[in-house]
Design a protein around this ligand. Structure first.
Ligand SMILES: NC(=O)c1ccc[n+]([C@@H]2O[C@H](COP(=O)([O-])OP(=O)(O)OC[C@H]3O[C@@H](n4cnc5c(N)ncnc54)[C@H](OP(=O)(O)O)[C@@H]3O)[C@@H](O)[C@H]2O)c1
Length: 268
């Protein structure tokens, strides 16, 4: 039986590599993106390697777009085996500089959209008695630092959602997996946004600027997105998928330190 995978945010980075990696493993892969004119490279590689990749429009922020895409996939294939919730972006700015509306915009893509997609594919996976939901969190889904509280709290929220959902879906044979990458070399920092007030006369301007330039430098030397894609493939093929998969030495180091130290030791 042909297995079907759906990946969000496949126009670049981790999503792009994950769509290719799943298709190379034999999955019929719906590579979804909000602007399908960005799908040419994926289509070209798919035709060169004879991969079953279908580029499909899906703006995760838009409820109609999500419903239409998932219905289209179900009408075509009558099953969905893997959903990779990858689409995401980062908003920089300290808490006092980020308006509640800006927080909501960040949460719309990085958190609420994922609930929406899980609710769309849930009935299909439960009826099949199988399926894997892969949620792309981050090392900052478990570790906070200054200047990006909106992004960090959206990933902390995703971790909580995923832990709860693992219990809820387990009796139906559906797995939930969290992926925690460190800094990955993608378009992430090109696609970032900065809270309006941070760019004005903010007391937090220096710290925000320093953190952004530090992360930009780290991203230049970041782990290749292929490593995240390979971990996702491993997770969906594991007979008993683990709750979490960490990707990158930086992420392993930070998360190990967090586990082995008290909160105060870790902060210091
Ligand atoms: N790079 C890192 O260091 C890192 C580390 C940990 C976790 N992550 C997570 O990994 C995921 C992928 O990021 P990336 O590093 O691969 O960055 P990226 O190259 O910027 O890719 C982000 C993808 O998300 C898409 N996207 C954004 N908003 C969307 C929407 N409303 N609907 C559909 N697609 C949307 C983008 O599409 P457009 O081209 O249309 O903008 C793009 O395809 C994110 O969830 C991110 O938080 C990244």
């Amino acid at each position: 039986m042909e297995k079907v995978a759906v990946v969000t945010g496949t126009s670049s980075g981790i999503g792009f590599e994950t769509a290719l990696a799943l298709a190379r493993e034999g999955y019929y892969t719906y590579a979804t993106m909000r602007d399908i004119t960005k799908g040419d490279k994926l289509k070209e590689l798919a035709s060169k390697e004879n991969l079953k990749i279908d580029v499909l429009e899906l703006d995760v922020d838009n409820e109609n777009s999500a419903k239409t895409a998932i219905k289209h996939i179900f009408d075509q294939k009558q099953r969905i085996d893997v959903l990779v919730n990858n689409a995401g972006w980062v908003l920089w700015g300290c808490v006092e500089d980020v308006s509640v509306n800006e927080f909501k915009t960040q949460f719309e893509t990085n958190f609420f959209s994922i609930i929406r997609l899980i609710q769309e594919v849930g009935p299909t996976m439960r009826n099949q008695g199988s399926g894997t939901i892969v949620n792309i969190s981050s090392v900052v889904g478990r570790i906070g630092f200054p200047a990006s509280p909106a992004y960090i709290s959206s990933k902390f929220a995703l971790e909580g959602l995923s832990e709860s959902l693992r219990f809820e879906f387990a009796p139906f044979g559906v797995d939930v997996v969290i992926i925690e990458p460190g800094v990955i070399k993608t378009d992430f920092m090109k696609n970032m946004k900065i809270a309006k007030k941070s760019e004005l006369d903010s007391v937090y301007r220096d710290i925000t600027t320093k953190v952004i330039s530090g992360v930009k430098m780290m991203a230049e030397m970041g782990t290749p997105p292929k490593e995240v894609a390979n971990t996702i493939v491993k997770a969906v093929k594991d007979e008993k998928p683990l709750p979490r998969y960490i990707v990158g030495n930086d992420a392993s180091m930070f998360l190990e330190a967090k586990k082995s130290k008290t909160d105060i030791e870790f902060e210091n």
